[in-house]
Write a protein that binds this ligand. Sequence first.
Ligand SMILES: O=C(O)/C=C/C(=O)CC(=O)CC(=O)O
Ligand SMILES: [Ca+2]
Ligand SMILES: [Mg+2]
Length: 419
Amino acid sequence: MALKSFIEVGPDSHFPIQNLPFGIFKPEPTSPPRPGVAIGDYVLDLSTISVSGLFDGPFLSGSDCFLQPNLNKFLALGRPAWKEARATVQNLLSADEGKLRDNPNLREKSLVPMSKVEMLLPIAIGDYTDFFSSMHHARNCGIMFRGPENAINPNWFQLPIAYHGRSSSIVVSGTDIIRPRGQGHPNGNSPPYFGPSRKLDFELEMAAVVGPGNELGKPVDVNEAGDHIFGLVLMNDWSARDIQAWEYVPLGPFLGKSFGTTISPWIVTLDALEPFACDAPKQDPQPLPYLAEKISKNYDISLEVQIKPAGQEDSCVVTRSNFNHLYWTVTQQLAHHTINGCNLRPGDLLGTGTISGPEPESYGCLLELTWNGQKSLSLNGTTRKFLEDGDEVVFSGCSKGDGYKVGFGTCSGKILPSP
Ligand SMILES: O=C(O)/C=C/C(=O)CC(=O)CC(=O)O
Ligand SMILES: [Ca+2]
Ligand SMILES: [Mg+2]
């Protein structure tokens, strides 16, 4: 018999009892932020459940980790505590358990309609790193920026390439993004262009949320890296291609990326994603021993990007991809990040890089979809090469189980004009 909640959850919901993603929310505009778990169209308030003494297992009883304005303290506790929290919440919400189902007062206090809550960033993000782990994206960008002869540098196949991103400008889904200004490529002998970016783009990514992390000087073994990843979110690494292409040599992305990065509010745990684990692509050449995993896995997560063009009511799907296209796994990314002794801390965010698939319909950004503006996309009677002011970009992602979905909800942002 499939696991069922006493709360009605439709088959298309992203948040059945099999999922139980964690986030931070405010039930009323004036209430303090607190941790919650999504269930159908409701949010279960974990601070109320905690105060009621229902987290009574060995790792969580007496802990104040659910009385915090972010999930960092809970993340620091590690996988045994995460599994205990998931088991406790799954049990409380299940159709055959009366503790919450038959307690109207507790139900009233702890279950808040999702339509009424405000979602916040789930974690305080100390550091944010963005990888570059889709081979299809790396090849396409390489062809456009560096030419077809050396589209992918040889180092790409030996290590998961990354740059250090900006954590202060990471915002939660629904936050508007102001079009950045900056320098674009000069034409011939004229000085560089300066003004609002003319090539504003999205990048379809997911990101891993770091759990306990490691001490400075003590790398994480690749086969233990999974214990340091709490879960995944959707991520849009907004990118100004004209600024990026001019500034990135030789030190890499800077102002073309740091003006804003959007994440979805719900962190879907690796425990919830486990039924959707699949083999990662075969790596050739074989990675060095510190990156060689006993089990190398990806997850089957369907991803979709819609654009709602400025002034229009309807959105249009512009691409469909899948997390399983990643060449470097999130565990390899994490192990590589620490191999020099660099420490990771609870709440750090590791972006996967743009997740492009092999077919043009699965490319993960407009740079690739319009081949750097050489062709247009048609959207409900209008066209786009890059994003225009007023456009809204909406990512969604989910894994499909037997009669249920484990989903991420959406990750959206609307472009406002430069000041
Ligand atoms: O190929 C390049 O020069 C850079 C391309 C990107 O924009 C990379 C990036 O942000 C990482 C990624 O999303 O894969
Ligand atoms: Ca990126
Ligand atoms: Mg960004």
